[in-house]
Design a protein around this ligand. Structure first.
Ligand code: SF4
Length: 252
């Protein structure tokens, strides 16, 4: 069932619940509960990535930032490719503005299509663990996809579908301005940086997208199918931490 547009408030509460937030203040900054092992909150000199306009103190940036909100509205009304016909909800992505890291995957799956949120199924749970292992929370990064509507049966989106949807992602990236991007899986690396190497060879390598460094690595769904590749994905994420100048987790 499609959500009415005014269901954004419910979406936001679901988002917070998924993050482990158990109550929401009526004023002040957006709440964030660091994951176990997460790095201490950023210093005052770091811009707070999840700060929202004062008029909507609790709204997440993907709903409260004017440019992003209007892109999300355009996506919600988009029928530019065949994926519009079978989607339940569009999935514009969610998270912080000006984060250290933006994660980009392939496209929504069944859970994401149902909830209108990126990476909330099993693969999303693994991504949450990967983000926490890096010392971040999901609220401190941005999470999105190449295509904003679920391909039927989770098939790979066609080149035309990816090319048709890419302008939305480009505009989102221009507003979000991440320090770097982590591209998750073969489809995302093809769609974003036109990488032709198989992901098994391309992973661990850096590319750039409009001047932003892009790390190529495995998709969490692939890591769920082949756990032996997790160690390589972790190597890639450690390279991301090193490029950001962040310390590696204790024991690494
Ligand atoms: S996948 Fe992208 S281009 Fe296709 S209908 Fe959805 S928003 Fe529009």
């Amino acid at each position: 069932m499609k959500k009415p547009l005014n269901a954004q408030a419910l979406e936001y509460l679901q988002y917070l619940k998924e993050q482990g937030v158990t109550h929401v203040p009526v004023s002040g900054r957006q709440p964030a509960r660091p994951a176990p092992g997460a790095r201490a909150p950023k210093t005052p000199s770091d811009p707070a990535p999840t700060a929202a306009p004062a008029s909507h103190p609790s709204a997440p940036p993907h709903l409260s930032t004017p440019g992003l909100a209007s892109i999300a509205a355009e996506i919600a009304a988009c029928h530019a490719c065949p994926l519009a016909a079978t989607r339940k909800n569009t999935v514009p992505g969610q998270g912080a503005i000006h984060p250290d890291i933006m994660f980009i995957g392939e496209g929504p799956g069944a859970d994401e299509d149902e909830q209108g949120l990126a990476f909330v199924g099993r693969a999303g749970q693994l991504l949450t663990k990967m983000i926490a292992a890096m010392g971040y929370t999901r609220q401190q990064v941005f999470i999105g996809n190449i295509v904003k509507c679920r391909p039927p049966g989770n098939r790979v989106p066609t080149p035309d579908e990816m090319a048709g949807c890419l302008p939305y992602l480009k505009r989102q990236i221009a507003i979000i301005q991440p320090k770097l991007i982590v591209c998750l899986g073969a489809t995302a690396v093809r769609g974003l940086v036109a990488e032709t190497l198989p992901i098994g060879k391309a992973r661990g390598q850096w590319r750039t997208f409009e001047g932003i460094p892009v790390m190529l690595t495995f998709h969490p769904a692939y890591l769920l199918r082949d756990g032996s590749k997790k160690k390589y994905a972790w190597q890639d994420l450690k390279a991301v931490l090193a490029r950001l100048g962040n310390p590696l987790p204790v024991g690494e």
